[in-house]
Ligand binder design. Structure first.
Ligand code: CMX
Length: 434
């Protein structure tokens, strides 16, 4: 029995008791009001779901189980997953135990590779990833136990088993997609005993003579792991899981949301925008030229990728952490240097453009600062991972940790099937008139 399993078996009764107690004592307390603008505006700010794994504070960014991200930037992905799930940072023995549990499950069936090799040569890597996860649904232990009549109190056990399996196979599938889709040669197998980040770096097959690419992969998997419950991918995964669909269905669904350009695809778009500028100006342009280019992008009706956020109102600490990594390892890399200059210029441009929008009767831009996607691509680019279409797959391998830990938590406490009430314009007109 894994240490993670034992820990969860110990804490889940406490979670259940806390939930029951809260519902009994405060079930009727109101925690949110909803305006018409919020109902039309993507439910922004409406408090209508529970998530215990992490919190996003507008002025602080990601806080994982009470720890601000930059305070725990040294954690390896396995430690992050343990923390997300249990609320505790594991000791060395527990961390190694989890690395061992993941290693035991690090095997991808042949039918997955057959499907991936058969996909069109121009298939998007995200469509390949989500297809592979969905194809593996037949492996679900949750589905099997459910069909055998499992009782509700046990839901979390096969959900944890499916989660560990998905965690273990995702880097293998993801690295395989990189090698298949971009003609990189044979697949590189998983190395038994190695951790997730080092294995993923190794299976991608990029040169890493000083081990810093593996270090970046650990950081990357840690930084993108979770962003509370309401973002598109987590919320989709939550909704699908609430119907007791197993983790393969729910994670694949969530990651289809991550594939959207306003969500996880922004990191592919952001680096593309930066490189276009480098090419157009034949090197790092002046600040004035970047300013003009940014205005040109905005006036043509496009967003500046990597900037703005639905919740954050400060520079994303994930951007700051990646920036520090680049400063420490390759401050003079031209693409990295360009990201730094853009960071100096774009917030002011967005502020000015927002004022123009307001004068024209449009919404202001709520946040002018960079988000996680603004800088991560330049680090990958430095190590030779230059196929932008692939970047959201890396994001996905990490974000799955948050989605999976939320699924385990939800099945452990018996979260209800999601079913908010929708209304139409007629209802709104009637209510507004009253
Ligand atoms: N460039 C141009 N316009 C922007 C903008 C940006 N970077 N950020 C926001 N705006 C615009 C919005 O498009 C919106 O315009 P409309 O009212 O005409 O539709 C207006 O400003 C108000 O939006 P907001 O309240 O500031 O932000 P939202 O919560 O609506 O949207 C986000 C948030 C992330 C979709 C938006 O900032 C954006 O499109 N950013 C660029 C894409 C990006 O980086 N996405 C990655 C986010 C991180 C992630 O989820 O992975």
């Amino acid at each position: 029995m894994s240490k993670l399993y034992s820990k969860l078996a110990e804490v889940i009764p406490q979670w259940r008791a806390e939930r029951a107690d809260i519902l009994k004592q405060y079930g009727d307390v109101k925690i949110s009001d909803v305006t018409v603008a919020q109902a039309y505006g993507g439910m922004r700010g409406v408090k209508g779901m529970i998530c215990e794994t992490s919190l996003v504070e507008p002025d602080k960014g990601l806080i994982i189980q009470g720890h601000p991200l930059l305070d725990i930037k040294h954690l390896w992905p396995e430690e992050t997953f343990y923390l997300l799930l249990t609320g505790e940072i594991p000791d060395e023995e527990t961390k190694q135990d989890l690395i061992g549990e993941i290693n035991k499950r690090a095997f991808v069936p042949d039918y997955v590779w057959d499907i991936l090799y058969a996909m069109p040569a121009d298939a998007h890597p995200m469509s390949m990833l989500n297809t592979a996860i969905l194809a593996m649904e037949r492996e679900s232990v949750f589905r099997q136990w459910y069909s055998e009549g499992m009782t509700k109190d046990k839901y979390w056990i096969p959900m944890l088993e499916d989660s560990l399996k998905i965690l273990a196979v995702l880097p293998i599938i993801a690295a395989g997609i990189y090698r298949i889709r971009f003609d990189k040669g044979d697949l590189i197998p998983w190395t038994q005993g190695l951790d997730l980040g080092a294995n993923y770096a190794n299976m991608l097959g990029l040169p890493d003579p000083d081990g810093t690419f593996a270090e970046l992969m650990r950081l990357y998997l840690h930084f993108h792991c979770d962003h509370e419950g309401g973002n598109v991918s987590a919320n989709t995964c939550h909704t699908v899981g609430s119907a007791l669909s197993d983790a393969y269905y729910a994670v694949s669904a969530g990651l289809n949301g991550l594939a959207g350009p306003l969500h996880g695809l922004a990191n592919q778009e952001c680096l593309g925008w930066i490189l276009e500028m480098l090419e157009k100006f034949n090197g790092v342009p002046t600040k004035e030229a970047i300013r003009d280019y940014a205005f040109e992008t905005l006036r043509s009706g496009q967003v500046i990728p990597g900037y703005g956020h639905a919740v954050l109102r400060v520079t994303d600490p994930r951007f700051t952490g990646f920036h520090e990594f680049g400063q420490n390892h390759f401050p003079n890399d031209p693409v990295f240097a360009m990201v730094a200059v853009v960071f100096d210029v774009v917030p002011k441009v967005l502020e000015e453009f927002s004022a123009e929008r307001v004068k024209a009767g449009k919404n202001p831009i709520a946040n002018f600062w960079p988000n996680v996607d603004a800088g991560s691509g330049s680090l990958l680019y430095h190590y030779g991972l230059q196929e932008f279409d692939y970047y959201t797959v890396l994001f996905s391998v990490s974000r799955a940790m948050g989605m999976l830990s939320q699924l385990v938590w939800n099945r452990a406490v018996g979260t209800a099937i999601t079913r908010p009430k929708s209304v139409g314009a007629k209802f709104i007109n009637n209510v507004a008139k009253k």
